[in-house]
Design a protein around this ligand. Structure first.
Ligand SMILES: C[S@@+](CC[C@H](N)C(=O)[O-])C[C@H]1O[C@@H](n2cnc3c(N)ncnc32)[C@H](O)[C@@H]1O
Length: 157
């Protein structure tokens, strides 16, 4: 494999109510309802043209406060270790986060969104419209489905 190194510049930052990772809800069944703002660099505002027509967006961002990576780790929602690429762990070889948010409205170069799970000040790498084409019946949820079944069996969420 070629030893490429890619240099990327943030297109903006996330403004979120979370200043500490302990404030961010996690665990099975968690839904992220917190509102935040994607503050895009004013020079890039033309790139947001027509974005209002989309209800949901993918946000690609950097886990800028994660330390190193772990190829096998036990997520907080399971008792068994899984490969990092089978999880959404912040501690990954390339610390890239991916979050789907609901677009509430746009104010110039600011996108007001719901569903942030990032810390305040998180650098944004890219934004794309969310278009899911996978029929729900074809989705498999791997080890997560087993963890969910085990939790339901214990009568908790
Ligand atoms: C489990 S990850 C999932 C993030 C994203 N939805 C994904 O799938 O890539 C979410 C956690 O990342 C951590 N986190 C959020 N913003 C971060 C940042 N800027 N640097 C490091 N860790 C962060 C918090 O602990 C948060 O609960």
């Amino acid at each position: 494999m070629n030893p490429y190194v890619f240099a990327m510049k943030p297109i903006g930052v996330v403004r979120s109510p979370y200043t500490n990772t302990t404030q961010i809800p996690e665990g099975l069944g968690t839904t992220h309802e917190a509102e935040g703002v994607l503050e895009i660099l004013p020079a890039l505002e033309p790139g947001l043209t027509d974005i209002e027509g989309f209800s949901h967006l993918y946000v690609l961002w950097v886990f800028d406060r994660a330390a190193g990576y772990e190829l096998l780790g036990t997520p907080p929602i399971d008792t068994r270790a899984h490969g990092v690429f089978a999880t959404r762990s912040p501690r990954r070889p390339n610390p890239i986060g991916l979050t789907v948010v609901r677009l509430l409205r746009r104010e110039g170069s600011r996108l007001l969104v719901r569903g942030v799970d990032m810390l305040d000040g998180t650098p944004i790498l890219d934004i794309k419209p969310y278009l899911s084409s996978v029929p729900p019946q074809e989705l498999r949820r791997g080890w997560l489905a087993e963890a969910e079944r085990a939790t339901q069996g214990r009568g908790a969420r």
